[in-house]
Design a protein around this ligand. Structure first.
Ligand code: AKB
Length: 318
């Protein structure tokens, strides 16, 4: 049954995209998972990731052509501008994050695809949200462009499910940390850069202050959560806006202390910028008991386990 599926990943060159394509191909087979991104890749790069299509999600005609060409049944829509980049270009962020989603929701509504995954984020919460153990249902007054677009997107996903029975599923990702690809334009990016800098230079200047605690997740957990959610029986998915998802929470000081266990001479310094304000508007920890109850979610990595694994993989390669 699963092998009849044809999957399109839009935004495959991003932080999650590459790993998700890998995970999906191990389930459905290489030729059943089409990678796509706005990036024009070189011939060699395409060879490595083929089948690959250059695709701008805002070009609805081309999206439709690709869906028909490969007889796509499921779309994972990852193309978006993240929190820090979105603040620099609010109108484009709104256009990409909203109209990209509408293009795929409409395809699903018209019956051209059967299922859609669209990531939301902890950015849907804002300064008036309870910051500790933030519940699934709570005050949501995001004050970043990215957060506003994600919260609006959640409302539209739920609307398309209720009104048109579109099988759309979503997770509110915390900051994601992985060794295979670089993050791009987020507030939580420091938690990836810090490992690279610790290994290369033994020091790191952090753009968040030392006690700024944020929800985070190791990439293998994020990929597993995404695939588990998409493979759960439809009647188990009670939330069609987006599920809270929790891995771990830590501050720059705490991750630095963990790195020091591997590199005793590692030094962290702090020079905050506008990303500090964004971080202060977000929760510090997330209650994901609804995801646990509905489709059996449980994270496997904590800060200690993630740090050992990150360093093990990065050590030889940078
Ligand atoms: C960001 O920092 O913008 C993202 C996110 C939490 O959604 N990593």
């Amino acid at each position: 049954m699963k092998f009849k599926e044809k999957v399109l990943v839009i935004g495959s060159s991003g932080q999650i995209g590459g790993e998700l394509v890998e995970g999906l191909r191990s389930i459905y087979g290489n030729d059943h998972v089409i990678a796509s991104d706005i990036k024009d890749l070189s011939k060699d790069e395409i060879k490595k990731i083929a089948p690959y299509e250059t695709l701008n999600v805002l070009n609805s005609k081309r999206v439709f052509e690709i869906v028909k060409k490969y007889e796509i049944t499921q779309v994972y829509l990852l193309a978006a501008l993240l929190s820090a980049t979105a603040e620099k270009n609010p109108m484009f962020a709104w256009d990409l994050n909203m109209n990209g989603l509408f293009n795929i929701l409409e395809l699903a509504k018209e019956g051209h695809i059967k299922k859609l995954y669209w990531p939301s984020s902890i950015a849907v919460f804002g300064p008036t949200t309870p910051r500790q153990n933030t519940p699934q249902f709570t005050i949501m007054e995001p004050n970043t462009v990215y957060g506003i677009s994600k919260q609006t997107g959640e409302r539209w996903c739920e609307y398309y499910y209720n009104k048109y029975h579109v099988d759309v599923r979503s997770l509110r990702y915390p900051g994601l940390i992985g060794y295979k690809s670089a993050p791009g334009g987020g507030t939580t990016d420091y938690a990836v850069h810090i490992y690279h800098e610790a290994i290369k230079h033994g020091k790191y200047e952090c753009f968040l202050s030392e006690n700024t605690s944020l929800p985070m997740m190791y990439m293998p957990d994020a990929i597993k959560a995404t695939l588990d959610l998409m493979h759960a029986d439809s009647d188990k998915i009670k939330i069609r806006s987006s599920y809270n998802l929790s891995g771990m929470s830590f501050s720059p000081k705490e991750i630095a202390q963990e790195i020091t266990k591997h590199y005793p001479d590692f030094k962290i310094t702090y020079k905050t910028d506008n990303r500090q304000t964004i971080a202060e508007s977000w929760p510090q920890s997330i209650d994901d008991s609804v995801a646990q109850r509905d489709w059996g979610w449980k994270a496997r990595f904590d800060l200690q386990k993630m740090t050992s694994d990150m360093i093990k993989h990065l050590k030889g390669s940078i």
